[in-house]
Design a protein around this ligand. Structure first.
Ligand code: PRP
Length: 213
């Protein structure tokens, strides 16, 4: 009997969108859209197993070979720079990584930004280092928009999707760092060992994405 192809999905909104893509290629992912608390679910017919993990943990499961593949945001890949193959842009989970802050600080923030709050310290450090600017980075775990308001930081580096969180907190985008979308990633050994199955799935997903335009 074929072994199961294992896939790690980032819990939450992205998992639901990923499940919709897999359903289009005939994989049973209905459980992801239900409010089940299960973390491992199998589709025996297609010999596929899905595990649901925190977004920042997806790459660990893939890198270590605990799963063959994963779906994860480009933001996480840029932050963690894991040792795996990024094989497909799924075009879901689209948003932007930006520098943002109070509107009055926008014009001369380059000269004055000294403290940057973010959930993405590696991305923030790299970005400001490449610009030749020295900043202190404060790593936060969430609600980063609070930092400039509360006086913890001059600017933030964070994701913007609809822009609503920034707007409702009186902040504006200063600069875009890079666009973000969800990527299909593959363990390096799995790509060799399970090449036929993975290639087949990639082709099916590419066809769906092409049709979706
Ligand atoms: C993300 C991000 C922004 C917000 C952007 O936070 O860090 O805060 O979503 O979305 P918007 O532009 O549509 O308002 P998340 O919801 O993951 O919460 P967190 O900040 O507590 O991690």
């Amino acid at each position: 009997m074929d072994r199961y192809l294992k896939i790690a999905l980032a819990k939450g909104r992205l998992a639901v969108q990923a499940a919709e893509l897999f359903e289009k290629i005939g994989v049973d992912c209905g459980f992801i859209k239900s409010d089940s608390r299960k973390l491992v679910v199998r589709d025996p017919e297609n010999r596929m197993e899905f595990i649901l993990v925190k977004p920042s943990d997806v790459t660990k499961y893939v890198e270590q070979g605990a799963v063959d593949m994963g779906i994860v945001g480009k933001d996480t890949l840029m932050e963690q720079q894991p040792d795996l193959y990024e094989v497909l842009d799924l075009g879901i989970g689209k948003c932007r990584m930006v520098v943002a802050g109070k509107p009055e600080a926008k014009d001369n923030y380059r000269d004055n930004a000294r403290v940057v709050a973010t959930k993405y310290p590696a991305i923030a450090r790299r970005y400001f280092r490449e610009k030749g600017e020295s900043v202190r980075v404060v790593k936060l775990d969430g609600s980063v928009e609070l930092a400039p308001i509360a006086g913890l930081a001059d600017v933030i580096v964070d994701l913007v999707e609809t822009g609503r969180t920034l707007r409702e907190n009186g902040l504006v985008v200063f600069e875009e760092i890079f666009p973000v979308s969800a990527r299909l990633v593959v363990n390096k050994v799995s790509l060799k060992m399970e090449n036929e199955k993975i290639t087949h799935m990639l082709k099916a997903l590419r066809d769906i994405l092409r049709k979706a335009g």
